[in-house]
Design a protein around this ligand. Sequence first.
Ligand SMILES: Cc1ncc(COP(=O)(O)O)c(C=O)c1O
Length: 414
Amino acid sequence: MTDLFDRIYKDKGPLGKWAKQAEGYFIFPKLEGQISNKMHFNGKEVITWSINDYLGLANHPEVRKVDAQAAQDYGMAYPMGARMMSGHTKYHEQLEQELAAFVQKEAAYLLNFGYQGMVSTIDALVSKNDVIVYDVDSHACIIDGVRLHHGKRFTYMHNDIASFEKNLQRATKMVEETGGGILVITEGVFGMRGEQGKLKEIIALKEKYNFRILVDDAHGFGTLGKTGAGAGEEQGVQDGIDVYFSTFAKSMAGIGAFVAGDKEVIQFLQYNLRSQIFAKSLPMPMVLGALKRLEMIRTMPELKEKLWENVNALQNGLKENGFNIGSTNTCVTPVYLEGEIPEAMAMVHDLRENYRIFCSIVVYPVIPKGMILLRLIPTAIHTLENITETINAFSSIREKLEKGIYKRVVASMM
Ligand SMILES: Cc1ncc(COP(=O)(O)O)c(C=O)c1O
C-alpha cells in the first residue's frame, strides 16, 4: 500500500510537469487591462490573439452598461437556489426562448457552464443500452461526458467519414442486440485546428442509419452561418442537428451555455440534467448580459462582417507569406511551424517580449512531435494594422527559427 499522495509527489501530470519552466509565462500567464485587441502582459502592451471574443462584445460599452446595471439592480446572487427549486425567473425563460429562436430550434435550456453542461447532457441523453459514436479529437467536455456512459462507445478518426460510417455500422449491430439507440457527437468547429466538423456528410447518413446527433458548436455560434446560428447553418443542415450546444464563453463573451432542440427533448433535459438540478441558477447579470449580447449579435450583422474581414485578411496574408495554416475553414487560425518544445518556448518568448505579440502556443501531445502550433484568434476589434504587424513579426521569427537562432538560445541557457 502507498500513501495516496505518492503519485502526486512523483508525477505532476502532462501539463503540471512543465510548471517550473512555464508557469506564469506559457501556462497561467496574466493578461491585464480591458479585454481588447491590445492588452498588457509582463508590463508590456501586446497585440492579443488568444481571446475568443470573436465579435468584440466583451468590452462593448452597451454590454458593459447592461452588465453593470444588472449587478446594481440584482447583485451577483439573485436568484438563489437551483432553477427547479427557487432559482427560476422570467428572464431565464426569455433568454432560452430567444436562444432557441436564434439557433432555429423549438426550445433551449440554460447551463451554468459549457463543460459541466455538456458532460451532463451526454449523461442524460443515453442509458446503458445505447451506443455513442464520437470524433476522436473531441473537446474534453465531450470525452468526459462519454466517460460517464455505462454502455459502449466508439471513436471515429477525426472528421473521417469512412471511419465514421464504419463505426456507425458497428454501433448499429450492437444496438440491434441491446435494443438501444445511437448518439453521435461532434464539434461544429474544432477549436485547435479550426476545421468545421463534417456535419453535412454525417447528417446525410441519417438516410441510411438510425441515430441522433449532438453538436458542440462553441466556436461556430455567432461566427458561422448567414445569421450566426453556427456550423449547421453554414453547411445547410441546422435542421438535422438533434441537440445543439454552445457556450457563452466565446462569441457571447460571458459565462454560461445552453442546449437547444425539440421541445420534448429539451423538457426532458430540464428535468434530468444533473449539472443544473444540483447547482445554483445563473445569476441575473449573466442572464441580462446574455440577453443584451444576443440582441446585438442578432441586430448588428456588421460585427460578424468585420470579424470575417479580419479573418480573411489574416489568413490570406499568412498564406501569401508562405505560412502553413492547415485546413481551417473558420475564424480559428493555426500557424504550423517545425521545431522542438524548448525552441518553441524561446520563439514565443521573443514574439511576446520583442515583437509584442501574444498568442497561444500548442505543442506535443496535442499535435505531432516536432510541430509547433501558434494559434491566432482574430476578432471584430482587431485592426488591419494589427494584422500586418503580426504577419511581419511571424515572418521574422520564422526566419530565426529556420536559421537555428532559437536552438542556440536554448543551448546557451543549458
Ligand atoms: C468546444 C468547447 N466546448 C465546451 C467548452 C466549455 O465551455 P465553458 O467554458 O462554458 O465551460 C469550450 C470552452 O470554453 C469549448 O471550446
